[in-house]
Design a protein. Structure first.
Length: 187
């Protein structure tokens, strides 16, 4: 079964190591898994229920929701900003959690990974991301984790796609998403 995984990156920076990690996931996706790297999180306005009204929803939010509805699973790449989730990622979760009771996550498998400069690799932000997306209706895979510490040093001269250890760990996370999505479809 082919599984479409929507990848959302919580860093907007051009040289982001989390963006590079997402690129590595796309490049090394196992057979049967298609990872779509979402572009455009920076254009989505902060969630506001006043503008989330049929006929008034911003085009950028509609585009995100359409991509999410077409996905079978989600893979979040979260750096850590001041010990927590980046605003752009939280905003995407907020938009995708609506309309209430019919959000885009609706029982779909979700994994959260990332890298950060600190010695723990952004685990606080990743835990907060798991919490938010779980509350929003996603089926968070608690065992599908990857936190890579020391990103500035580790990826100074090596792209994550060329780091064999990272590729193996990332491939395992994607494989877990794939198998959980396939199991849900078979049930």
């Amino acid at each position: 079964m082919s599984v479409r995984i929507l990848a959302l990156v919580g860093s907007l920076r051009a040289g982001s190591h989390n963006r590079q990690l997402a690129e590595a996931a796309v490049k090394h996706a196992p057979e049967g898994a298609e990872i779509v790297l979402y572009e455009g999180l920076a254009e989505i306005p902060f969630y506001n229920e006043d503008i989330d009204v049929e006929g008034s929803v911003p085009a950028s939010a509609v585009k995100l929701r359409e991509a999410a509805h077409a996905a079978d699973a989600f893979l979040f790449f979260s750096p850590e900003y001041n010990g927590t989730i980046p605003a752009v990622l939280k905003n995407a979760i907020d938009w995708l959690s609506r309309p209430y009771g019919a959000g885009s996550f609706a029982g779909k498998p979700v994994a959260v990974v990332g890298t950060a400069f600190g010695q723990f690799g952004g685990v606080w932000a990743q835990d907060e991301t798991r919490k938010a997306v779980g509350i929003a209706g996603g089926k968070v895979l608690e065992d599908a984790k990857l936190s890579i510490p020391g990103s500035v040093v580790r990826f100074a001269e090596t792209h994550p796609a060329d780091d064999a250890e990272v590729v193996a760990q990332l491939t395992e996370v994607v494989s877990q998403l794939h198998s959980n999505t396939s199991e849900a479809a078979a049930a």
